[in-house]
Design a protein around this ligand. Structure first.
Ligand code: ADP
Ligand code: MG
Length: 270
């Protein structure tokens, strides 16, 4: 197995889209597993109170488990809550518990409320090459924390009719964060998900997204594949659950692209 190149500087990637069900968590977990299985050290931060990324990585996240909630609200060091996943030797997860559901509101009254995740990651002692932040399906303070903490944003877009609708709001938020909170943030990557080759519509969406976002769009498109949907109920990534499935192979290819091309363009398109 050829290892993927390690970045010279830690890459921090927020996987965001305020729409639910577009493949944020599936992409986070499988890209992370693909990278970690190729000799890259990866941390997944689960920032969704649902804890789906924690579940998919086989990490306990019932209420009371030390989690990202204590990091954001209680100043607990990130190193103290991260746990290794059985998926790969160098794959770690900071789990989310249901406590995080209250964080949107509890954060409001805190100082530096947008900067808490950024500070936590800056204080990380463990050597990590990639940090993936799995965002909740909203544009609240949790997602803002993710955008302030990240250098890159990866937007999964589902290949369906309303794919681009609603993205405008996300892009405006990215611009606001760039202008006021995090100049370093780059929209580096678009990943097309749930592609169904039987519909002509899917091809139209792929075309449209590529026209709009240019070379930010990974050339690998993720197909609709039932193995990707089944894997989480076994507490596994698809790469462990069924490594030769089309879903797994596509995430491997996407991860390789991500690793090989590094951090990309600058401005956010309108
Ligand atoms: P989000 O995190 O954006 O809400 P998820 O990654 O949880 O989205 O995906 C939503 C649902 O679709 C989940 O049940 C997931 O298992 C399923 N799913 C995601 N990607 C695929 C795919 N490429 N093929 C089939 N099912 C998928
Ligand atoms: Mg999710």
């Amino acid at each position: 197995r050829q290892p993927f190149p390690r970045p010279t500087r830690r890459r921090i990637i927020s996987v965001a889209n305020q729409k639910g069900g577009v493949g944020k968590t599936t992409s986070t977990v499988n890209l992370a597993a693909a990278l970690a299985s190729h000799g890259v050290r990866v941390l997944v931060i689960d920032l969704d109170p649902q804890g789906n990324a924690s579940t998919a990585l086989g990490i306990e996240h019932h209420s009371g488990v030390p989690s990202i909630y204590e990091v954001l609200l209680g100043d607990r060091p990130l190193d103290e809550v991260i746990v290794p996943s059985a998926e790969a030797p160098e794959l770690y997860c900071a789990p989310a518990t249901i406590d995080l559901a209250g964080a949107e509101i509890e954060l409001v009254s805190l100082v530096a409320r947008e900067n808490r995740l950024r500070r936590a990651i800056a204080g990380l002692q463990r050597e990590i090459d990639y940090v993936f932040i799995d965002c909740p399906p909203s544009l609240g303070l949790l997602t803002v924390n993710a955008l302030v903490a990240a250098r890159e944003i990866l937007i999964p877009i589902q290949c369906e009719y309303y794919a681009l609708e609603g993205l405008g709001m996300l892009l405006r938020n990215v611009e606001l964060v760039q202008a006021h909170l995090n100049q370093d943030l780059r929209l580096s990557t678009i990943l097309l998900t749930m592609y169904d080759s039987r519909t002509r519509l899917a091809d139209q969406v792929v075309q449209e997204v590529k026209e709009h976002f240019g070379d930010r769009v990974l050339s690998t498109t993720i197909p609709r594949n039932v193995r990707l949907a089944e894997a989480p109920s076994y507490g596994q990534s698809a790469l462990t659950y069924d490594p030769t499935s089309r879903g797994s192979l596509s995430y491997l290819a996407a991860a390789r692209e991500l690793a090989e091309r590094g951090v990309q363009p600058t401005e956010v398109p309108r």
